[in-house]
Design a protein around this ligand. Structure first.
Ligand code: 16G
Ligand code: ZN
Length: 562
């Protein structure tokens, strides 16, 4: 590393001293903390992003958001050139860099990283980093810190894209590296035109939602609400109303948003008994999660939740149907056949009834630990891989080889049987691959896909919800002295330590019909989470409570709470 580069780094890092006595960890989805202590971390993530861009010789992204957490928190994460999460191999660098106590230690960690990764670091190579942030008030000054970090690496430039949803930034990094236009209008153009294609392909059906039957969306008072208003202007028939759009002074994630709705199973602020029977949806604070819900007639605050598992089931059903049409009888004449491997990926939080349903559809279901990066990696191994967490994070991945086959098949069908059911099925799948954000789960594109499929099937939200009935479940969290004392295996379904706890959990679970229960250390909070399922709500509650007590006993003092 050249002398000028070292002194630039020493000088700029002295402007961003790390907070004393705080250790940050990259965790499941980047650094997150109270915004007041994050400047130094964001500055250093700027440096790391520049190194990542130099190493890969591609564009990378930095997103400033704390998603569904409270408005005074913030966070930062890196988007890899593929548009996915930062490669897990680089997470330890991120931890070391952010926790370095002095400019000198920071410099030596950067030197080590440059050497180990053989990063071209001669000031000749260039690096480009796209920056985005959500609507948090702290975002602007943190973004400046990221720019400082980037500009302290010679040859690195930052492109500030302003306020974006997390998935928009992921999409743009992906697009940029594919040589496509990476702008917000290009994003909206792609998702809205592929949505229109799906609507045009609905078999002799009503082509648009009847006015009184359009979705009402809770925007979590965040960036997703703002962007949905833009989309509402482009697709005027889509959304009836955006509430908690962030425009009317409501507080971000405060009694609103997908996380709140999914965990508490109650209506978000601004919804109530006037909404009985309507199809409602809720985005989270950075619009990478989506859940649907409806308000039952006998209630003013309780909801019928339609979660990520149901979205996964709806998507799987639709895609399977299109694949069946494509490969059925008359089609066999083609010498251009492809047995597409369709698979789904879930976590232990998936409701057991959803897994049964998916298996009964004949689908291969695999499980991974919690966190998008784990699910995404597994889904990428299928020709079509659909992944969802129950909390509403998820997307569909299409392999390059399947997509090129599909394009070719579509062209072939256009010649021999234009407008046939087979060709329509091919076009539908192509449209889904363009509508869905393959870089990462995206509440806006998932919303469009759900809306298109419900219209295609001519289904109400109730019909959709009846695909299967969720088993009653309960989630608790237990504050413990050291959550790392819990180590799990088998996609978090088995606790290996502390010794003896799994046997105790098994003995408790065996007392309940259809009982299932697991514990895991949270990746985002200092707690151990408990999930329990049983044939009745009382059973699930009681199982969760007993296991929370076991966690208390095995791990020391703390109190359990919902
Ligand atoms: C993060 C993850 C989410 C996961 C959640 C679990 C991403 C983008 N986000 O929000 O997928 O469900 O953490 O939180 O990966 P927990 O570890 O605190 O239960
Ligand atoms: Zn989020």
């Amino acid at each position: 590393m050249k002398e000028e580069q070292s002194s630039l780094l020493l000088k700029s890092s002295s402007l961003f001293p790390p907070p004393q006595g705080v250790k940050l960890s990259y965790g499941t989805a980047g650094f997150r903390a109270d915004a007041s202590i994050l400047k130094s971390a964001v500055y250093r993530v700027g440096i790391l992003a520049a190194l990542r861009s130099l190493k890969t010789q591609s564009v990378v992204g930095v997103m400033i958001t704390a998603s569904h957490n409270k408005v005074t928190d913030n966070g930062v994460k890196i988007v890899d050139p593929s548009g996915g999460m930062l490669s897990q191999e680089w997470e330890p660098f991120a931890d070391q860099l952010v926790n370095a106590q002095t400019p000198e230690t920071l410099l030596s960690i950067i030197r080590e990283c440059v050497e180990k990764e053989k990063i071209p670091f001669d000031g000749v190579q260039s690096a480009e980093i796209l920056l985005g942030r959500d609507t948090r008030p702290s975002g602007e000054s943190l973004l400046e810190a990221a720019k400082h970090g980037i500009s302290s690496i010679f040859g690195a430039i930052a492109l500030d894209l302003g306020i974006l949803t997390t998935p928009q930034l992921h999409w743009m990094v992906h697009a940029r590296n594919k040589g496509m236009k990476a702008t917000e209008p290009a994003y909206f153009e792609q998702i809205s035109s592929s949505f229109r294609c799906l609507i045009d392909l609905i078999p002799n059906g009503t082509k648009v939602n009847k006015l009184d039957n359009r979705v009402v969306v809770d925007g979590a008072d965040g960036v997703g609400g703002e962007k949905l208003l833009v989309l509402k202007n482009i697709l005027t028939d889509l959304v009836n109303e955006v509430r908690n759009s962030g425009k009317d002074g409501g507080l971000l994630n405060d009694g609103v948003g997908a996380d709140y709705v999914q965990k508490e199973k109650v209506v978000p602020r601004g919804f109530g008994s006037n909404d009985v029977g309507k199809r409602c949806a809720s985005l989270d604070g950075d619009a990478d999660r989506l859940v649907y819900f409806s308000v039952p007639s006998n209630s003013s605050s309780k909801i019928d939740l339609v979660d990520g598992d149901k979205m996964l089931s709806l998507f799987a059903l639709f895609i399977k149907e299109q694949l069946n049409i494509l490969t059925r009888e008359g089609n066999k004449k083609s010498n251009n056949n492809f047995q597409a491997h369709l698979g789904v990926v879930q976590t232990a939080y998936a409701n057991g009834a959803s897994t049964d349903y998916l298996k009964q559809l004949g689908l291969e279901v695999i499980f991974t630990p919690t966190g998008v990066k784990h699910l995404h990696e597994k889904a990428a191994q299928f020709d079509i891989g659909i992944y969802f967490e129950a909390n509403g994070h998820g997307t569909i991945l299409f392999s390059e080889s399947f997509l090129s086959w599909l394009e070719a098949r579509n062209n072939e069908l256009a010649l021999v049987s234009e407008g046939s059911e087979q060709q329509k099925a091919a076009l539908r799948l192509l449209s889904v691959s363009k509508l869905i954000n393959q870089a990462v789960g995206d509440a806006l594109s998932c919303l469009l896909l759900v809306e298109a499929i419900l219209q295609h099937m001519d289904w109400s939200i109730h019909k959709w919800n009846e695909l299967y009935q969720d088993l009653p479940s309960r989630q608790l969290k237990v504050k413990v002295v050291d959550r790392t004392a819990v180590v799990t295996t088998n996609a978090e379904t088995v606790a290996v330590t502390p010794p003896g706890i799994q046997e105790a959990i098994d003995a408790e679970t065996a007392k309940y019909p259809r009982g299932r229960c697991f514990i895991r250390p949270s990746g985002t909070e200092d707690v151990v989470r408990v999930y329990a399922e049983a044939s009745t709500q009382e059973g699930a509650d009681s199982l969760a409570n007993s296991v929370a007590k076991l966690v208390d006993q095995f791990l020391g003092s703390g109190s359990s709470a919902r």
